[in-house]
Design a protein around this ligand. Structure first.
Ligand code: FES
Ligand SMILES: [Fe+2]
Length: 319
């Protein structure tokens, strides 16, 4: 079984009409382009004829990409439609084709279906409580590790008072309750409380109740996460897998506020970048740079969100 999922792979703004865009995702060189009707195409960049890069070719009026070497044209399904050397009217052999991936645009991201071809695809995953109308500011961050390590870092509570002791983890509250976890069909919500160490011992059997209508974290399979700050403000991360050792993180700071919104979003994003940099510096030291459910790390009971993530990733055979 390998059904798999829609993965957020690019920011929609990156793909402009008539400008083929070459990106490495899932360890493959993928050529993206936008057609006249605004739909997006994703093709394997390597020409099946003699291996030239289709990204260096030209987009035709018919929304096809013509290879820069011998101008064989490929349509949105990756099928060759014409081989100039044979005469444009000549029939094209069926095996002259490149792999294509289903792609779609939603919520300001480009989503690529990485998995089995299906007759009907499910809708792209998204946070139920984050409306597309909420304005945001976005930045990108390249991390030299597998996307699993990036995601887990955002589900890791125990690092907050340590790694972020001068920012969001101020106050030396190093003792952590068992987190509350609430699964839904998209992913899960989680939250915990932090306390100063006054000699108490955490009871790992006790799961204090938390209120998810306020500050909490949400993870949505397979690669998006939000920090729900309050109704009108969120930090969102999309972890786009470049290959086994690289991830491009798309970070957004959403804030809806009547006055000075763009300034608030500017500083909100700047602060989020500072936090992410603190995370980056320690995650880069983790070995191996990819995580798995069965990998021999000795996790703490409070790391139940990470365990849930690892288990779910294995069950769903995600990238
Ligand atoms: S290598 Fe692409 S058409 Fe020849
Ligand atoms: Fe962090």
């Amino acid at each position: 079984m390998n059904i798999n999922r829609w993965y957020a792979v690019l920011s929609a703004e990156e793909i402009k009409y008539k400008k083929p865009l070459l990106k490495r995702r899932f360890g493959e060189e993928i050529l993206f382009f936008r057609q006249k009707d605004k739909t997006i195409v994703a093709l394997d960049n390597k020409c099946p004829h003699r291996g030239a890069s289709l990204a260096h070719g030209e987009l035709t009026e018919q929304n096809e990409i013509a290879c820069p070497f011998h101008a064989i044209r490929f349509n949105q399904e990756g099928k060759a439609t014409a081989i100039p050397a044979n005469g444009l009217s000549a029939e094209v052999p069926k095996n002259m084709c490149v792999k294509s991936w289903p792609v779609q645009e939603a919520h300001g991201f480009i989503w690529l279906w990485y998995g089995e071809a299906l007759e009907h695809y499910p809708p792209v995953p998204w946070f139920e409580n984050l409306p597309d109308t909420m304005p945001y500011r976005e930045s990108t961050h390249l991390w030299n590790c597998h996307y699993t390590r990036c995601i887990e870092n955002q589900l890791d509570f125990a690092h907050v008072p340590i790694v972020h002791k001068k920012t969001i983890g101020r106050g030396n509250k190093t003792v952590i309750d068992m987190p509350m976890l609430e699964k839904n069909e998209r992913g899960f919500l989680t939250k915990t409380d932090f306390h100063q160490d006054t000699g108490q011992v955490v009871d790992h059997k006790k799961h204090p109740a938390h209120d998810f209508s306020r500050f909490h974290l949400e993870f949505v399979w397979p690669n998006i996460w939000q920090n729900y700050l309050y109704n009108k403000a969120r930090a969102v991360l999309a972890f786009s897998p470049i290959d086994e050792h690289h991830t491009l993180i798309y970070m957004r700071y959403y804030h809806e506020i009547p006055l000075f919104g763009s300034i608030v979003r500017h500083f909100g994003l700047q602060f989020s970048q500072k936090i992410l940099q603190e995370d980056h510096d320690v995650v880069m030291t983790q070995r191996p740079d990819k995580s798995d459910y069965h990998m021999g790390e000795i996790l703490l009971p409070q790391e139940s969100p990470i365990i849930l993530y690892r288990k779910g990733r294995e069950e769903q055979q995600l990238y």
